[in-house]
Write a protein of this length. Structure first.
Length: 119
């Protein structure tokens, strides 16, 4: 496996972890304790949990697609670039609408993976 495919795999795993938190762990006390960074009270977090779970589903699609494309790389460069571009744009949007650290979690790793693929 090339370093570029490892980078794609890492971005995919990050999104699978994000999906797990959003879909499965959002209502747990351990997650609620960290929600002040999103400026959400526990009550507000409970109210938005269906929306967050839906976003988690989309993150799982990205994660699975990236893991799959990294493990089977024959002819899948356009798929990898598309999915990584989606992650980069989602990270930019998240930085403007949620918190700036989304750039570090989503955008930077995806741009590094794109750069490695294009070398």
């Amino acid at each position: 496996m090339t370093i570029a495919n490892i980078a794609v795999l890492v971005v995919g795993c990050i999104h699978l972890m994000i999906a797990a938190v959003e879909m499965l762990l959002w209502k747990r006390k351990s997650v609620f304790g960290r929600l002040e960074r999103l400026r959400l009270s526990e009550d507000e977090a409970r109210k938005v949990s269906p929306i967050v779970a839906n976003a988690g589903l989309y993150n799982s699609f990205l994660g699975v697609g990236l893991v799959w494309s990294a493990s089977n790389h024959a002819g899948l460069l356009p798929v990898k670039l598309y999915l990584l571009s989606c992650v980069a744009v989602a990270g930019l949007f998240g930085a403007f609408t949620l918190k700036w650290s989304t750039l570090l979690i989503q955008t930077v790793p995806s741009l590094v993976a794109i750069w490695l693929l294009m070398r």
